[in-house]
Design a protein around this ligand. Structure first.
Ligand code: ADQ
Length: 462
């Protein structure tokens, strides 16, 4: 990218320093983008997270560490229809293959288009001639096309953080064609893995009749050409591993070790979301204790899961279900001096998570479907290379494509999970080291700086 080009990042939420919800369970996006923006004196535009009676169009800006954030508030109706509605009750479940949970409501679809239009209207005057614009995620798919309709000629790229579903599922979305056609107005489209990219290209070819070149990823339709490629996201390795020496990380590690004593700690850390496979995970653990009742003395499972998207009903249901399942295992297996499952409903700082990960000899990451999953990478990054823990990873996480040396499991199968837990518990040091050595280079080298550089390099070349 030319050294002078300013970077404008657009995403639904913006991690404004000290803003409500800016830290904690906001997701993998925030850390990734801050790293990209720091070097490029960029602007980060999006929703403040605040609701107002009426949409005012006012922009609040703030500059910290050379990064300017520009945020707008949304009306309650916009939040209901665009955020809780179309983005999180239609696109999120559908893109995670959950047709059973996807809701198709005309009104929320209109709200989604209206808010994308609002974003374009407010953002347009902030864009300068040579800026490069990078739009993120499923909330803002039509934004590029909305900017183009206002005459924006800048290079605009889009990255999808979640999976792209197979065509046969995707066509259940009303107006699917209209949505995908807007994507062809971007100069560059990024997906997490080759699998999601293949599904997208398949759709363009078979449903839109676009001209698709699998080699270059170019997609042409009605005079518009975009390039679609896979850019697997990574963690901020230097920052995350640097946390090892903090007091918070050490204390967290000690706290976990002293509370688990002779038992092996197995950890799960996820936003409370049905895509993360949490009830299925507990079924696997329950099966493990059914098979090996005496091993309740060897293993303690710690699940850290802060609530998210609590205004959406399917998220309230999953929370109740999890409480029941954790309660059932503990009811059946607890002794006066031990409880097999600790279920913690809150977020922790990355330093504390580092310490917990390091103290846990098994990392259990079993989403039913996940664009990438950064927890899998963070778990490994926190391990002691001399005595590393074992990562059990769902084959349906995007991360599995890069992490074939993890213990890969089918998260739908309690037997498979139970078997993997037993294997991990008994795995000799030599094999743990071999797997760790095979996995750590992708975690370290394919990091978030590499991801942003690759994406921006290709966007600049357009
Ligand atoms: P998420 O669905 O949020 O992200 P993930 O990639 O695992 O999933 O990122 C979660 C981030 O939040 C991690 O950095 C993790 O440490 C943090 N986190 C989770 N639970 C936490 C807790 N209890 N306390 C504090 N922090 C917690 C979406 C997609 C993913 C994709 C990312 C990035 O769904 O597939 O990997 O974006 O592109």
């Amino acid at each position: 990218m030319s050294e002078d080009a300013r970077l404008v990042v657009v995403s639904n939420r913006v991690a404004v320093p000290k803003a409500r919800g800016a830290a904690g369970a906001q997701g993998g996006l925030a850390g990734a983008l801050n790293a990209a923006l720091k070097d490029r004196s960029g602007v980060w535009f999006g929703w403040s997270g605040e609701e107002t009676e009426e949409h005012s169009g006012e922009i609040a800006t703030q500059t910290t560490d050379g990064v300017t954030t520009a945020t707008i508030d949304l009306s309650k109706r916009d939040v209901d229809e665009y955020y809780n509605g179309y983005a999180n009750s239609t696109l999120w479940p559908l893109f995670h293959y959950r047709l059973d949970l996807a809701e198709y409501e005309r009104e929320t679809g209109k709200g989604y288009e209206r808010v994308n239009e609002r974003f374009a209207e407010t953002l347009h005057p902030l864009i300068e001639e040579d800026d490069i614009v990078w739009v993120h995620d499923y909330h803002l798919i039509p934004l590029g096309e909305r900017l183009r309709s206002r005459g924006v000629k800048n290079r605009i790229g889009f990255f999808l953080h979640i999976p792209w579903p197979p065509t046969r599922l995707f066509v259940s979305l009303p107006y699917h064609e209209r949505l995908v056609r807007t994507m062809l107005h971007y100069d560059l489209l990024g997906f997490q893995t080759q699998e999601w990219l293949d599904s997208f290209l398949h759709y363009c070819r078979t449903e839109l009749g676009a001209e698709v070149d699998d080699g270059t990823g170019s997609v042409t339709l009605d005079g518009w050409t975009t390039i679609a490629r896979a850019y697997p996201i990574g963690i901020d390795w230097d920052h995350f591993t640097g946390l090892a020496n903090t007091g918070d990380a050490r204390q967290a590690e000690q706290r976990l070790l002293s509370s688990t004593r002779r038992r092996t700690a197995m950890i799960g850390v996820d936003r409370l979301d049905y895509s993360k496979g949490l009830p299925e995970r507990l079924d696997g653990i329950s099966r493990f204790f059914d098979r090996f009742p005496q091993r309740v003395r060897d293993l303690v499972f710690i699940q850290i899961a802060p609530p998210s998207r609590e205004d959406v009903e399917s998220y309230q249901q999953i929370r109740t279900l999890l409480e029941q399942k954790a309660g059932q295992i503990n009811g059946a297996r607890s002794e006066v001096d031990l409880v097999p499952v600790r279920y913690v409903n809150r977020g922790y700082s990355h330093a504390e998570l580092f310490g917990f990960f390091r103290a846990a000899k098994i990392g259990l990451v079993t989403p039913l479907r996940d664009g990438m999953n950064l927890v899998a990478k963070e778990y490994l990054a926190a391990q002691d290379p001399e005595d590393p823990g074992v990562l059990i990873l769902s084959r349906f996480a995007g991360a599995a494509a890069q992490m074939q040396d993890a213990l890969l499991v089918n998260p739908h199968s309690p037997d498979d999970l139970s078997h993997a837990i037993a294997t991990a518990l008994d795995m000799p040091l030599e094999e743990r080291r071999r797997r760790y050595d095979a996995l750590i280079s992708t975690v370290r080298d394919d990091n978030v700086q590499d991801w942003t550089n690759n994406f921006l390099r290709d966007l600049d070349a357009r």
